[in-house]
Design a protein around this ligand. Structure first.
Ligand code: SF4
Length: 713
């Protein structure tokens, strides 16, 4: 072809090419980075690319997941029509048939087995509007007490601890922009570099300003790699470590007596308790040398301003609540809270892990963080919903306990929305078996997830690209996410499905919504006067700015920094807590000599339903691996890249080995984003924290051995 001809065809192609861009927000982690999804059409071909946009949280940054978040939303496996299982196979049904079937099954199950026999299971990635409506749907349309959500596995320990200590649970007490102002930062059980990568620049900036960074983790994670001090504690001993730090602060005179006197209660009891603790015991429990514990405490105690951030590493334990309270004790004892650069936080994992827990998806909560057992709270919400207070059910049980009730035959019908509990629950093989006992399981999802595969009916829902709504990010900022594309096929929004089912049940008058904004306006009213007060936040305002709650009226600027003057308890004071710190949890023995801990990797999100379908993310990490210290691996005859059988007291999983000489020799780490043979949650512990019902994902006893490859000589 001559150059002239080439030029001619290129010019023609350019003529026929077009480009559109739509604003959206990454659906994955709690940062909620914003982006433009650019669609290039060149003749018949379409190409998509994500271009980061500016906002005051992520400041124009986007991580690998956000760059590729459109890939699953545009994936050919997206469900586009409702599917009913007939003779073990899914067949297409019309929406009208699907909705009638759901209503008929709900009515018959509640008649046969009682109103509480039909349960609802939600998710922390649903928008605020959908999370709110799911709670209302359970209480008003179904009248069931059984509703909970996957955030129980995420934020429940920190939420309960912050509520009890401060009187209020918001993930971060300070805006992220306070991080660079701190002189010491403790990151305890949080691997921000992989889980919320676009937050790392806040830590880099702090380091540049001279901050001393302390990371507490059994592995030297990517976050730990930048630390000035890494405390590689034995898994599950975080509470003891915080007690050790508290002891040094007390012994060496780092207590802020004025703060303690004026703004807290319970210090004397805490002091007495801590004074009786022996450092030798802390060292024995945590396996962290005393000089390192002392250095960490001194750096924290000396700092004019300091921040402690925790996450699932210390929270997903049978004493996760106690571990968070012990760190809060340290914060209160030194008065490091309520100032720019001084605060506490638990970094939310899921996209709407914050908003999803504020407005009624939790078994014991009503919108605005109201309690379902509090007479005045019940009266207020009943008045907003137009029902009698007595009609509202009482509190139910936590997410995993719902699964136990399914196994026991007490719950016989279930609606799952925005979650995949068959992969994300602890002891997941038990959960999958229990779910097969249900008389009726309906799942609303974008894909035929592992949970949807077990369903009698699967409802196709819109993706983040198609669903307008709000989410509340890691900072407690309410963010508006516009719809960037038209819906595909016959998919409906989650909120539309709830309204449609309610209509079929004869409860349509309580669910008259025709847009997400209408639901949000009711949510604002329902949250008014509650702890998580959104009344002053409107869509009109959110189109211009991200607003921190509490925001009680339209003229209120929002509340970036909490507890500057008083805490949220009626007396305005924070509470110290005296709690046990000696781990009473699954121990290693001669049969199960290693600690198994689980977590996330950069390329994947939660149960992997979305990210495993993204070619770019899947290529980055196609399967689960076990991170194992080379010396441990050699002891068991495991070479790098070999298939390894991991056994615990509950079962086995098989994954490939990856040597890591920066992990404790007594500990192995496996990410939880996969199903099938590599599904590590099939073997994790289902022991629950007595305070918040958080399962013990982060520590159980395990053994490993190489899988013998019969094909090899
Ligand atoms: Fe931002 Fe989190 Fe999405 Fe990454 S996964 S782009 S950090 S919201």
């Amino acid at each position: 072809m001559t150059n002239e001809l080439l030029r001619y065809f290129r010019a023609k192609e350019k003529e026929r090419a077009s480009e559109t861009a739509a604003a959206t927000q990454c659906p994955f982690c709690s940062v909620q980075c914003t982006l433009q999804l650019v669609e290039e059409r060149i003749v018949e071909r379409r190409r998509y690319k994500a271009v980061p946009t500016d906002n005051p949280t992520s400041n124009g940054r986007l991580c690998l997941k956000g760059m590729n978040a459109h890939q699953h939303a545009l994936h050919p496996e997206r469900l586009l029509v409702p599917l009913a299982k007939v003779d073990g196979r899914f067949v297409r049904v019309r929406w009208e048939e699907a909705l009638s079937l759901i209503a008929e099954r709900i009515i018959s199950i509640q008649k046969e087995d009682g109103v509480d026999a039909f349960a609802v299971y939600g998710g922390g990635s649903l928008t605020n509007e959908e999370a709110y409506l799911l709670g209302k749907f359970a209480r008003v349309a179904l009248k069931t007490r059984h509703i909970d959500y996957n955030g129980r596995f995420c934020m429940s320990a920190a939420a309960a601890a912050m509520n009890d200590a401060f009187g209020l649970d918001r993930g971060l007490t300070n805006p992220l922009s306070d991080i660079p102002l701190a002189q010491t930062i403790i990151l305890a059980g949080t691997n921000v570099a992989e889980c919320q990568p676009t937050l790392m620049p806040y830590v880099y900036e702090a380091k540049k300003n001279g901050a001393f960074i302390i990371v507490v983790d059994p592995r030297e994670t990517k976050t730990a790699a930048l630390a000035d001090l890494h405390l590689p504690l034995k898994p599950g001993t975080d509470a003891a470590l915080a007690v050790g730090i508290g002891k040094v602060l007390l012994d060496e005179g780092y207590i802020d007596e004025a703060f303690v006197r004026e703004r807290t209660v319970g210090f004397a009891e805490w002091k007495q308790h801590i004074e009786a603790v022996e450092m030798d015991e802390i060292v024995r429990l945590t396996d962290v040398p005393e000089e390192k514990i002392r250095l960490a405490a001194r750096k924290y105690g000396e700092a004019a301003d300091a921040i402690v951030l925790t996450a699932r590493g210390l929270e997903q334990q049978t004493d996760g609540y106690a571990a968070v309270r012990q760190w809060i004790n340290v914060v209160l004892a030194t008065g490091n809270i309520g100032r720019p650069g001084s605060g506490f936080g638990s970094i939310t994992g899921q996209g709407n892990g914050q908003g999803g827990r504020e407005h009624g998806q939790k078994a014991d909560q009503l919108p605005g963080y109201r309690s379902i057992e509090h007479p005045q709270h019940r009266r207020y919400i009943a008045s907003v919903w137009g029902v009698a207070p007595d009609e509202l059910p009482r509190k139910g049980v936590s997410a995993y306990e719902m699964m136990q009730k399914i196994d026991a035959g007490e719950i016989t019908g279930l609606l799952v929305m925005g979650s995949n509990p068959v992969v994300s629950s602890p002891n997941a093989a038990f959960v999958a078996k229990a779910m097969q006992k249900l008389k009726f399981l309906v799942v609303a999802d974008m894909f035929l997830s592992e949970t949807a595969e077990l369903a009698d009916l699967v409802l196709p829902v819109s993706s983040y690209l198609e669903d307008e709504g709000t989410v509340t990010n890691v900072e407690g900022r309410v963010c508006f996410r516009p719809a960037a594309r038209k819906r595909l096929g016959e998919v409906k929004h989650d909120w539309e499905i709830l309204c449609d089912i309610a209509c079929k049940l004869g409860k349509g008058r309580f669910f008259p919504f025709t847009s997400a904004e209408e639901i949000f306006n009711e949510l604002r009213l329902a949250s008014r006067g509650g702890k998580a007060d959104y009344y002053g936040v409107t869509y009109e305002r959110l189109r211009r700015e991200r607003v921190y709650w509490p925001c009680p009226d339209a003229h209120h600027p929002g509340t970036p920094r909490l507890f500057t003057e008083r805490f949220a308890h009626p007396d305005g004071k924070a509470r110290f807590a005296v709690l046990p710190f000696r781990p009473e949890k699954e121990e290693t023995d001669e049969w199960y000599p290693l600690y198994l801990t689980t977590g996330r990797v950069l390329a994947h999100y939660l149960s992997g339903t979305q990210t495993r379908r993204s070619p770019a993310l899947s290529a980055r990490q196609p399967e689960a691996v076990v991170e194992i210290h080379p010396r441990t691996a050699k002891r068991y005859g495991i070479g790098p890249g070999m298939l390894v059988r991991i056994e615990t007291r509950r079962g086995a999983a098989v994954v490939r080995s990856r040597y890591n000489d920066q992990i404790r020799e007594d500990t192995i780490f496996v990410p939880f984003h996969w199903s099938g043979l590599g599904q590590i949650n099939n073997v994790t512990s289902d022991e629950l924290d007595p305070h918040c019902r958080m399962p013990a994902f982060k520590r159980c006893a395990a053994r490993v051995r190489p899988v013998v490859d019969l094909g090899r000589n």
